[in-house]
Design a protein around this ligand. Structure first.
Ligand SMILES: Nc1ncnc2c1ncn2[C@@H]1O[C@H](COP(=O)(O)OP(=O)(O)OP(=O)(O)O)[C@@H](O)[C@H]1O
Length: 485
């Protein structure tokens, strides 16, 4: 069943008679959406990783979106090992990226256009891979070397003849939109250079498949280390967790504040954080990233909401408002995952605790943040670092984007720089602040219900408990309740 219809059947979005005016305004848009869904007017639009409603004729601020979740499915890869010392100079030269792509046969005109665009982007770089080199490196793209699947791509592990490990990401039978997104991703990633960002090694186009090549992360993603197979081999120590938090914050600070053109990643999550052998994090997957606003406006409004449930900032999920603060919010969720070892959405948890945020909030508010600690962290650890990380997480998860700190402030907080304590006190003392973002209670319900629909497919979870839940996400220093009163 199409996701949108599935959702329409599951959710009760009828307006409540007790709603305030502002709540009613937003709730009416939900009703409008339900009507659209029921009338079958809502079409599914698949663009890369997003499923969203098309732009419909409602006020910009009320534009809802339908994020589409993707799940990595991990194989048990085996690598074809090369004996590096036996590589001839000719073979070694062959394994280097090409300066220009081959004369490709059988390419449709759209793919030829993509090559032209890529040549423009990578004109000064030696970043074209020969397809045969990638084929050999991945043992003919064997299933054993399939290490991950994204929304519409597959990731293979490979070893070049010079012994270098690579991750080969293939975007198959691409739509026009996916091709545009690919070029956009290459444009952004090739402009970046930071130790905590996975660098692009090169690209290749073969039979209309669009391929990008990256360094192979020896440990895999942070998601695997926290929640997956990798955890059985090595439980992340507190020190490693803290190092990962700082490294990821540095990557985001680079994107938001140090690039000549700011970049918003829009898909910060543990499966997009790769780990080196020394547990240095590298942010990856810029498939949803976009250039940040360069004008004085603080945010832009996007018709398509893309990203992953469990990490979506409320202003983005509800109204499509995108700013660097959406990455800060997602980073807060990653911090909670690092602290607790829990998944952002866990359908098997008791009712009301399925969302990591909803589980964590009462613990933090009651001063029992120690209860957040992952029971797998058994060594003696730095308690002040722990408290700092919890504090940083709760600030990142401030519901109002206006009052949510930027990543530079969060980084300073994590590094324990004094001025941040002062800033936090000022924020807390600021009783008169006005929140420009209010959310109906039903927004939380809608969000979690949609999130649960995705996990339901995988884990046969029921959303009934979420439909009954009235809990809300972290509130801002000026809660919507205060504003509406
Ligand atoms: N450079 C890499 N080294 C090692 N493993 C990688 C690398 N890049 C990706 N992977 C693995 O492949 C998986 C899929 O990656 P990909 O970026 O395509 O999708 P994703 O982030 O999991 O999902 P989505 O496309 O929905 O964002 C990752 O979760 C990771 O496990």
């Amino acid at each position: 069943m199409a996701l949108v219809n599935h959702v329409a059947h599951k959710l009760d979005l009828s307006p409540s008679s007790e709603l305030s005016n502002s709540e009613r305004k937003y709730d009416e848009s939900s009703v409008k959406r339900e009507e659209l869904l029921k009338m079958g007017e809502a079409k599914r639009k698949i663009s890369g990783r997003s499923v969203s409603l098309p732009s419909i004729d409602i006020l910009l601020d009320e534009k809802p979106g339908w994020p589409f979740l993707n799940r990595a499915t991990l194989g048990t890869p085996q690598v074809h090992h090369w004996h590096t010392r036996k590589v001839s100079v000719v073979n070694w030269v062959m394994s280097l990226p090409e300066r220009f792509p081959n004369n490709h046969q059988n390419l449709n005109s759209e793919t030829s256009f993509v090559i032209k665009q890529l040549k423009g982007i990578l004109r000064d770089n030696n970043k074209w891979f020969n397809y045969n080199v990638l084929k050999t490196a991945t043992s003919d793209f064997s299933q054993e070397n399939l290490i991950g699947k994204g929304g519409c791509n597959e990731v293979y592990r490979g070893i070049l003849e010079n012994g270098k490990g690579i991750a080969v990401k293939i975007l198959k039978s691409s739509s026009k939109e996916a091709r545009t997104d690919f070029v956009h991703e290459i444009n952004i990633i090739s402009s970046l250079s930071h130790q905590n960002i996975s660098p692009l090694l090169g690209v290749c186009v073969q039979d209309n498949d669009l391929i990008s090549v990256y360094n192979l992360s020896s440990i895999g993603s942070l998601e695997e280390s926290l929640h997956g197979k990798q955890k059985k081999k090595h439980v992340l120590s507190w020190e490693e967790r803290f190092k990962i938090a700082i490294g990821l914050a540095e990557a985001l600070d680079y994107l938001h504040n140090q690039c000549s053109k700011p970049v918003i990643h829009r898909d910060v999550k543990t499966s997009n954080v790769l780990l080196s052998a020394e547990f240095q994090p590298q942010l990856s997957d810029f498939g949803l990233s976009m250039w940040g606003p360069t004008t004085s406006s603080r945010y832009s409004i996007e018709a398509d909401v893309v990203g992953t449930f469990g990490y979506l900032a409320p202003e983005y999920f509800m109204y499509g408002k995108v700013s660097d603060k959406v990455d800060v919010y997602a980073f807060g969720v990653v911090l909670l995952e690092l602290v607790s070892g829990r998944n952002p959405i866990s359908p098997k948890n008791p009712r009301g605790q399925e969302s990591l945020i909803m589980w964590a909030k009462p613990l933090i508010e009651s001063g029992n943040s120690k209860g957040l600690l992952d029971p797998d962290v058994t060594e003696i650890f730095d308690e002040s670092q722990f408290q700092t990380m919890v504090l940083a997480a709760s600030h990142c998860l401030t519901r109002s984007a206006t009052h949510r700190p930027n990543i530079r402030q969060i980084l300073r907080l994590l590094r324990d720089e004094n001025e941040v304590g002062k800033w936090i006190m000022e924020e807390e003392e600021n009783e008169d602040c006005l929140d420009d973002e209010v959310y109906p209670n039903s927004s939380t319900e809608l969000y979690l219900s949609l999130a649960m629909l995705e996990v339901e497919d995988d884990e046969s979870a029921s959303i009934s408990s979420m439909e009954r839940s009235n809990n809300s996400l972290f509130s801002s220093s000026c809660s919507s309740g205060e504003l509406q009163a």
